[in-house]
Ligand binder design. Structure first.
Ligand code: GSH
Length: 233
């Protein structure tokens, strides 16, 4: 365990914050959790992070944001289990490739397909469902011949991608169409330290938030198809 507490500015429902919570569990890091809610914490965050995004950590006098950068930092610095982000360059490169896949493609697709429906009053179109299907098909292919996303060991890339999958799941993606993903998802949730506390419980808060938004939306815009009506794509 870290000998001191690391501040984490966060929201429990936020997908990138849940990813950092999960990495902190694996690294056995003791976090001082600061929910960014009050104007005081909002101003505090803006003072240390001009990009004003969560998650943001403060480790003594070192400030860092961007969830995947935080995850690899915490694991490199504090995790006893070096196989989560090994030093061997080829292994690390594959893990990095999967982290970048998550940031630029897998999670980005979620942001582009679901967030407009939830937060900008835009309807979820068959085109979005096809994009989601495509990224899941790709992930399923990556998992065809290996237990985890970057080989046969659990790594930081699994911790990142599992929180994206749980986020898609609460948005109604039918995971059963992707058998390799289902198998991997079960294994990661069992093997990742503190999974339930870091992601399993917190993704339910996210489910509640989007559930409330969609309930209201249904009342407002019956002519639009909702995300749920496309859930089996
Ligand atoms: N790529 C960033 C995304 C961070 C991000 O956008 N976080 C959201 C919460 S899920 C946020 O801080 N939103 C407030 C804002 O952008 O002003 C990461 O992975 O850390």
């Amino acid at each position: 365990m870290s000998s001191h507490k690391i501040d984490l500015y966060y929201a429990p429902s936020s997908p990138p914050c849940r990813a950092v919570l999960l990495a902190a569990k694996s690294a056995d890091v003791d976090l001082n959790l600061i929910q960014v809610k009050s104007s005081e914490t909002q101003q505090e965050l803006l003072r240390i992070n001009p990009q004003n995004t969560i998650p943001t950590i403060v480790d003594k006098d070192f400030v860092l944001w961007e969830s995947r950068a935080i995850m690899t930092y915490l694991i490199s610095k504090y995790a006893k289990d070096k196989s989560l982000y090994p030093l061997q360059l080829e292994k690390r490169a594959i893990i990095d490739r999967m982290l970048y896949f998550d940031v630029t493609n897998f999670y980005q697709t979620y942001l582009e397909c679901y967030y407009p429906a939830y937060f900008n009053n835009v309807s979820f179109k068959p085109y979005h469902a096809r994009r989601v299907n495509d990224v899941f098909t790709l992930l399923d292919t990556f998992l065809k011949d290996s237990t985890f996303v970057a080989g046969n060991d659990l790594t930081v890339a699994d911790l990142s991608i599992v929180t994206t999958v749980s986020t898609y799941e609460v948005s109604g993606v039918n995971l059963l169409r992707f058998p390799n993903v289902v198998k991997w998802y079960d294994i990661v949730r069992i093997n990742a330290s503190g999974y339930e506390e870091a992601d399993g419980n917190n993704v339910l808060i996210y489910r509640q938030i989007i559930g409330d938004i969609m309930k209201k939306r249904k009342g407002d815009h019956r002519e639009d198809k909702t995300v749920e009506e496309h859930k089996t794509f």
